[in-house]
Design a protein around this ligand. Structure first.
Ligand code: SF4
Length: 113
């Protein structure tokens, strides 16, 4: 992706003219170490750091469990998937290469009053 100056440096939030609600990040639970770089860089507050659920812990590999234990059982979670604008800042920022974007189903319609 090129920025507004025409070079090919890391994407900036201003470069992102994609619409929200087409894709959202997916966290590789066996890679995430809860360092929160994604929380800091995302211009749309898509991420939070939260404690893994018992089910999420059970699904980890042995190495994933050890990492989770070292980091207090906290990882990035997708709090607001429909706000993702596909700018890829989080993917660039993640030191563990734990994120990718994937298509999401459209947001369910609000029930009419
Ligand atoms: S791609 Fe951009 S908008 Fe989407 S979660 Fe990552 S930083 Fe946020």
């Amino acid at each position: 992706m090129s920025n507004t100056t025409g070079d090919h440096s890391a994407p900036q939030a201003d470069d992102c003219n994609d619409v929200a609600g087409r894709v959202a990040p997916v966290v590789d639970r066996n890679r995430c170490e809860g360092k929160a770089d994604c929380v800091r860089v995302c211009p749309f507050n898509v991420f939070e750091i939260a404690t893994l659920t018992p089910r999420q812990r059970r699904e980890l590999t042995l190495i994933g469990r050890m990492k989770a234990w070292v980091h207090g059982g906290k990882q990035a979670v997708i709090a607001n998937p429909y706000d993702c604008h596909a700018c890829q800042l989080c993917i660039t920022a993640c030191p563990e290469h734990a994120l990718h974007l994937a298509p999401i189903t459209p947001r369910p319609a609000e029930p009419s009053p």
